[in-house]
Design a protein around this ligand. Sequence first.
Ligand code: AHG
Ligand code: MN
Ligand code: MN
Length: 337
Amino acid sequence: MPTMRRVHLTQFLIERQRDKKLINADLRLLIETIARACKAISTRVNKGALGDGLGGAATRNVHGEVQKKLDVLSNEILLEANEWGGNLAALASEEMENPRPIPTRYPRGEYLLLFDPLDGSSNIDVNISVGTIFSVLRCPKLADGRDCDPDEKAFLQPGRSQVAAGFAVYGPTTVLVLTVGDGTHAFTLDRESFTFVLTHGDIRIPQDTEEFAINTSNMRRWEPPVKRYIDECLAGSDGPRGKDFNMRWVASMVADVFRVLSRGGIFMYPRDSKNKDGRLRLMYEANPMALIVEQAGGAATDGRAPILDLQPKGLHQRVAVILGSRNEVERVTSYHK
Ligand code: AHG
Ligand code: MN
Ligand code: MN
């Protein structure tokens, strides 16, 4: 069998810059820097009980959630990697209440970076996949033409404005999923060369599925459209759908979405009577995932409208999320109408 030419992340990005003119050098460097930070986080996650990353950090984040040591560490790794490159105006994170402008000792660039440094942190201590999610926006110029002021308002752009989005999964293998607007592509970390190698080019999510992902412990609190959809899935071949469904719930969105990208499926974290606005965060969880899923031919809504069209009101705003195989997402969305 002829050996396949390996395409590394750098080459992939250079092609998007030079040939396709989809990104500029600054955005390319930014994505490379994020990827490098993800490799560092992957190494720390991998140490498990041999490192000092397991367990709680005795602090709470802006959502009132107890931070894990690895939440804090991953946040620091991403901040340190990204503040000096000269391509960012500011960063925002799940783990920080306010956006952080780039320190004045470094040049300021035109991009804004948002991230969930460690997604699925309840899974760290039990050796289940976790990950990092990120979203890149352009910092808008002010109305009078002056350079952008990277305060919270600058970040509040609909997901449609993202210029890049991606996530890493630290699982049995470390995989980086990326979109810069020409489809969704995934790279596997080669532990020998410590580089990301393109392994899943132009991912397409099957339109139909027999697999759903939802935390059923919230069932009694769901709204009627979600209850109806799941009831019909559970009724299987005896119900109106006329086919059996399977269920998966990793409780790490990165792993659940990677499964949806790999073999289809529908992933839902709907609003319910306890989580009135849903549980997941719009700016650094739902928006990047929605762009990645749409770029792979899937759909993402909050039950009413495409996630990417929502006008954000706050950096840490929560949102209901229904994403994955297009026909199933459209069905649940139609039950809401
Ligand atoms: P985070 O660890 O960044 O707070 O996010 C966890 C999220 C998401 O990854 C997952 O889908 C969901 O929370 C799991 O929620 P439940 O524990 O309610 O199942
Ligand atoms: Mn998360
Ligand atoms: Mn997190």
